[in-house]
Design a protein around this ligand. Structure first.
Ligand code: GLA
Length: 747
């Protein structure tokens, strides 16, 4: 591996691979200044595009310097109150009660091994080098260690920070971001994603305003409302052109991404734990580690940004054991039977699962004592002896004897007022004294900031897992925090609860995943309420949304694909009318959308399955035949509007191209549309499946592939043969919610 980090004699730090550079320098005053994050800069020792020292009226000069006001200096880890008025990376109260710190450069070291973050998930070493830089405040004897990791094979720089209190006094941290990126003074747009339950990952793209713009969560989860991700882009950016600087947080709790444009047009991006409702006491000799962020740079638009995230996440973040393994097709009992499950019914569904040639049965909610609706029993995790008289291990064995894998649902972080756990330990929930706790889905949140609560749940899950028959666990989390407080912490540390909860959660997840490396874990939080790089560092995939209607899912999957590879999300064929939005769609369209997910399955009642059994069986075969490609292929968003969507999945061996085309509402006399495919072999020929049509790679990329014509009026073009028309045009029978999956094979 080539050397990735260079430190020049006058302290310019250059982290470079052959495509990107991240440059910083130490100013004569000892301030760690940001110089560049973008395309590779050669000869960093000659880099002289430093901050310009000019007279800035109304901006004080920093201490005894001349024409150097921190209010417009690009910095790596700024503080407030010493001439910078922007939001700082670090804000804390010292022993004197004020918040003034002055961190100057002390030393650096290049680490060949990427340090693990204490108690927090982080990207793996991969082909990387790490730079550690120490800044120090002499008055209060506090150090900040900044970590930067650059990879040779991905256009990624990861960052995190560690604050160490070397003094004898306590320090109160009020705001500690993981990163500060001070960008050049250009016009930018901000791209980010969010929505609500069952409509996660809506795309938002706005001009970056003068002032401050932030996305954040104070709900205890990263949230469906805002993804912990932002891309700062040139206004002209498209899928294939334009500069993009993206930031994704490796954290699953309260976060904030704060973007500020000041009076000099300087743009600052801060990302990390949400400072709102946060305070952390750092006692003498203690340290505080921030979550990690992943920064991606692309100068070839959003597709290239996504390819970088996809490869990086799959190879350096997703748990290695299953990162590249094709997922088993499955039947999930949820939309098949909801809480109405018994041993007999589950076994019936298992036999059906087998006869459909699926590979796994997942018992969703409802398998434990008293759980006949969503009002009770969370936290007890005692299998229901009435409805499952032989016990879960015996059922798992019977299911596995059919040749299936066996999966089971848990919601480890929750309890109900009507549960043995809560009766025994009423103070084990997040709550504050003398106030009634609000509920969400009749649930109370367990206080995972307390190690004894985490231990209790570990033991209960361990008991179920220890039968050795569980292949898959769906880990759910169905409410957000209220009355945030812990009986386990003194009054002056209540500001720590939300982050301590995350540390407790990560400790439980890592203990279980380490003890049971062969169990495949799926992350879920009412769908995509916690679909983030934190959870995805422990679990390979996520139930991206409770929205199971394919048309409702188009925007969700399209949005999610900007950051997360297909391997990280799950789908199933749903019943119609759809249970979330009442929409009726064809089985073909349900299949075509579900196809573009890493894991595919089915969640329908026995009656509904029987109605469409032959179609379903044939679709399952297609799921299975493409299972490797869904995990290891390359996904491209070719086209996305409110009414039409087109996606490309290139197989892992690059020989098969799957083109999904979706039309939401039919329109008469439709305009023709082509899709320009990406990343093909120009000279190779590709044959459209079920037809004699041949295309060169260059034609498909540069002249495009004709997308099907949706004939609403049964006009002259409409022929009974759907493919293979001599005009090379697939004609679909019209109406709404029509779709097609075109497959091309390299010949
Ligand atoms: C949440 C999940 C669903 C299902 C139910 C079970 O809503 O997102 O998929 O598991 O909980 O209660």
């Amino acid at each position: 591996m080539p050397t990735l980090i260079q430190v020049t004699a006058d302290n310019v730090f250059a982290l470079s691979n052959s495509r990107i550079s991240y440059l910083m320098r130490v100013s004569p005053e000892g301030i760690l200044e940001h110089l560049h994050f973008g395309a590779t800069i050669s000869n960093p020792e000659t880099f002289n595009a430093h901050h310009k020292r000019v007279m800035r009226s109304l901006s004080p000069e920093f201490q005894d310097t001349h024409r150097y006001s921190l209010s417009d200096v690009p910095q790596e880890f700024p503080v407030f109150g010493t001439s910078d008025y922007r939001q700082p990376a670090l804000h804390a109260r010292n022993v004197n009660g004020n918040s003034i710190f002055d961190f100057r450069y002390r030393k650096n070291s290049i680490l060949k091994t990427k340090p693990k973050l204490e108690g927090l998930p982080s990207a793996r070493q991969g082909n990387s080098e790490t730079l550690e830089i120490e800044l120090h405040d002499d008055v209060h004897n506090v150090s900040v260690l900044l970590y930067y990791t650059i990879y040779s094979d991905y256009d990624v720089v990861t960052r995190s920070a560690k604050i160490i209190n070397h003094s004898a006094n306590e320090l109160k941290l009020e705001q500690v971001f993981s990163t500060c990126l001070d960008l050049p003074q250009e016009d930018y747009e901000v791209l980010h994603f969010g929505g609500s339950w069952a409509r996660e990952f809506g795309e938002h793209r706005n001009a970056l305003p003068y002032g401050r713009f932030s996305i954040e969560s104070a709900r205890g989860t990263s949230s469906a409302q805002h993804q912990p991700f932002v891309a700062i882009i040139e206004p002209s950016t498209t899928e294939t052109q334009g500069q993009v600087v993206a930031t994704a947080l490796v954290y699953s709790g309260n976060f904030s991404i704060n973007i500020e444009r000041n009076e000099y047009n300087d743009v600052r991006v801060l990302a990390g734990i949400n400072p709102f409702n946060f305070a952390w006491t750092l006692k003498s000799t203690e340290s505080f580690t921030t979550p990690e962020v992943v920064h991606v740079y692309s100068n070839q638009g959003l597709d290239s940004m996504s390819q970088t995230f996809h490869g990086f996440i799959q190879n350096n973040m997703s748990p290695e054991r299953f990162a590249h393994e094709p997922r088993p097709s499955y039947l999930n009992t949820w939309e098949a039977a909801y809480f109405d499950i018994t041993e007999e019914k589950v076994f019936e569904l298992a036999k059906l699962t087998r006869s459909l040639d699926l590979e796994m049965l997942v018992v969703d909610d409802g398998w434990f004592e008293g759980r006949t609706d969503d009002r009770r029993s969370l936290g007890d995790w005692t299998p229901d002896k009435k409805r499952f008289s032989s016990g879960i291990p015996a059922l798992a064995k019977k299911v596995k004897d059919l040749g299936l894998k066996f999966g089971i649902w848990f919601e480890p972080e929750m309890t109900n007022a009507d549960s043995q756990l809560f009766r025994d330990h009423p103070d084990w929930i997040l709550h504050v004294p003398n106030r009634k706790s609000s509920t969400g889905r009749n649930q109370l949140t367990l206080d995972f900031s307390r190690p004894e609560v985490v231990d209790n749940i570990f033991q209960k899950m361990d008991t179920v897992f220890s039968c050795g028959l569980i292949d898959y666990v769906k880990w759910d989390m169905n409410r957000t925090f209220t009355e945030l407080g812990s009986a386990g912490l003194p009054a002056n540390q209540q500001g720590e609860v939300a982050h301590r909860y995350m540390l407790g959660l990560y400790s439980l997840v890592s203990r279980l995943t380490e003890k049971y490396p062969d169990i495949f874990f799926e992350n879920c939080a009412s769908g995509g309420n916690r679909h983030d790089l934190g959870m995805l560092s422990y679990m390979n995939q996520s139930w991206v949304s409770d929205m199971s209607d394919p048309i409702g899912r188009l925007a969700i999957q399209n949005g999610a694909s900007h950051i997360y590879p297909l391997s990280t999300y799950t789908s199933y064929l749903c019943p119609v009318p759809n249970h979330q939005n009442g929409r009726v769609t064809s089985m073909e369209t349900r299949f075509n959308v579900a196809f573009f997910c890493g894991n595919r399955g089915l969640s329908m009642s026995i009656d509904d399955i029987e109605k469409d059994k032959d179609d379903i069986k044939q679709y399952i075969q297609q799921f299975k035949a493409s299972a490797n490609d869904a995990v290891n292929g390359a996904f491209h968003r070719l086209y996305y509007t409110q009414n039409q969507v087109c996606w490309q999945l290139s197989s892992a061996d690059e020989k098969t191209l799957y083109i999904g085309y979706f039309v939401v509402l039919g329109e008469p006399n439709m305009k023709f549309k082509r899709a320009y495919l990406r990343n093909l072999d120009s000279d190779a020929m590709y044959k459209l499946q079920d037809s004699e049509r041949l295309y060169s790679g260059s034609q498909l990329m540069h002249a495009g592939l004709d997308l099907p014509y949706v004939s609403v009026t049964q006009d002259a073009l409409a022929s009974p043969s759907r493919v293979g028309d001599e005009q090379g045009l697939q004609v679909l029978d019209g109406g709404d919610f029509v779709s097609s999956l075109l497959v091309l094979e390299k010949v």
